[in-house]
Write a protein that binds this ligand. Structure first.
Ligand SMILES: Cc1cc2nc3c(=O)[nH]c(=O)nc-3n(C[C@H](O)[C@H](O)[C@H](O)COP(=O)(O)OP(=O)(O)OC[C@H]3O[C@@H](n4cnc5c(N)ncnc54)[C@H](O)[C@@H]3O)c2cc1C
Length: 407
């Protein structure tokens, strides 16, 4: 996606976007099955996947990505020279919304396609984009995001992983944690400290780390959902060519900020199937006859509709060629809290049945794993408290917290 390209504005674009939606729908209908009525289309963060199921899901995500690429529907807003469609961000959003109605999952690839890929597009050199982006768009390579550490999450600028220059290579030493799909990744976008003697943000540099390189060890962490798709990652004297440094030395923080912006932006379509699913659950269990349950559902519905207005506002901004900004924090905060509350109501209604292993439940345990996994969505990509800080400072213009470490 080009950051400088204007996506145009005004009513003349609307028929074009309508035609795009119809074309996208025709492609999807011809190449994918509609989601079954009891499928909630849970993302990997909230789904329960056994290791065997994970292998199948990753393979399926890669297959679907290859199908999209072959038909010209991969990287919709990415430049054609890197394998993209050369379209607009709003077209990308329209496609994602249509795709959500089909039984296809590119979720394991989202860290590369949705968060880190756009950052490489923005900050990488032409050679890096040529090497890294086409295989990503073809579904051949999976990426992970090597940011968080045991001592640095919300306060990411305090990270301790070191990068030491050695000729035309860097030697990286340290530990990352909570790294989604690191154990299946080919590449990891890693932030490391090249200079401990300058103010914290200025001492950071970004690198693409080959996850198969000697010295890289990914150890899956068993999660409450019973999946093990995030990891501890140990980087033990890992050699990275300088040609895989993303951005200038000292520009790591800019890469972090772009990655987080795209991460929050790309989260907004997630969870779109759970509210209709909840309505079905309430009807099928008879819970919809309970006035208090109906009120709770109405409250959730109202919040989802309000979120839709925020999404529409963002789409309008995209139509005018503006990039997503701190509004992503607002959407992440509202969407992930809504998701938690949807799962909580579902489990309240299901009672003990909702706590089973899913074998006797028409929904195959999806409500239970969603209930366990949804709080993680309020942490990954920046916690609720961090989103509130961003909204307070950057949207509302309230006084900043004192941060003596900031450059
Ligand atoms: C499902 C999931 C997937 C993840 N995937 C990845 C990944 O792929 N790559 C990666 O690098 N990381 C990943 N993470 C890690 C995630 O980014 C961090 O967990 C998150 O940034 C919080 O950091 P922390 O866990 O160190 O908590 P801490 O930063 O230690 O926070 C602890 C508590 O303190 C609060 N707090 C901290 N600072 C402030 C403040 N300034 N003001 C108010 N409250 C504050 C937080 O809100 C939180 O409640 C993932 C996490 C989850 C849950």
């Amino acid at each position: 996606m080009s950051t400088s390209r204007s996506t145009g504005s005004g009513p003349s674009r609307q028929p074009r976007e309508g035609a795009f939606r119809a074309e996208a729908w025709a492609f999807l209908a011809a190449n994918a099955q509609p989601l079954p009525a009891t499928a909630l289309s849970l993302t990997s963060i909230v789904a329960e996947w056994s290791p065997q199921e994970e292998v199948v899901r990753v393979a399926e995500a890669k297959r679907w990505q290859a199908v999209k690429h072959a038909a010209g529907w991969a990287g919709i807003a990415w430049p054609v020279e890197y394998g993209g469609r050369g379209g607009t961000l709003i077209e990308n959003l329209i496609f994602q919304m249509e795709e959500a109605a089909f039984d296809v999952a590119d979720d394991p690839l989202v860290v590369g396609l949705g968060w880190c890929g756009p950052a490489v597009l923005q900050h990488g050199t032409d050679e890096q984009r040529q090497r890294l982006l086409p295989p990503l768009l073809r579904g051949e390579e999976l990426w992970c995001q090597l940011f968080s550490e045991p001592g640095a999450g919300s306060d990411l600028a305090g990270l301790a992983t070191r990068a030491v220059s050695d000729g035309d290579e860097w030697v990286i030493d340290g530990q990352k944690v909570w790294t989604t799909f690191a154990h299946r990744a080919d590449w990891g976008l890693c932030i490391a400290r090249h200079d401990p003697d300058v103010p914290r943000n200025a001492g950071l540099t970004a690198f693409m780390v080959d996850m198969t390189a000697p010295g890289v060890t990914a150890r899956p962490i068993h999660q409450i959902t019973n999946s093990s798709n995030f990891n501890e990652v140990f980087l033990d004297r890992v050699r990275v060519p300088d040609a895989m440094r993303i951005g200038a030395v000292g520009d790591g923080w800019r890469v972090v900020v772009s990655t987080f912006m795209w991460e929050r932006f790309n989260l907004i379509v997630g969870g779109s199937r759970v509210l209709p699913g909840l309505a079905d659950l309430l009807r099928s269990t008879g819970a919809s006859h309970d006035r208090r349950i109906r009120q709770r559902y109405a409250d959730l519905y109202m919040r989802a509709e309000s979120l839709r207005f925020t999404v529409l506002r963002m789409m309008t901004a995209l139509s005018r060629g503006q990039l997503p900004g701190p509004e992503g924090s607002l959407m992440k905060l509202v969407a992930t809290n809504l998701l938690s509350d949807v799962f909580e109501l579902a489990l309240d209604v299901m009672g003990p049945e909702g706590m089973g292993d899913g074998t006797a439940d028409a929904w195959k345990g999806q409500w239970h794993s969603g209930f366990c996994g949804a709080p993680g969505m309020r942490i990954g990509g920046g916690t609720d408290a961090i989103q509130r800080n961003i909204i307070a400072e950057r949207v509302l213009g309230l006084p900043r917290d004192p941060r003596p470490d900031r450059v």
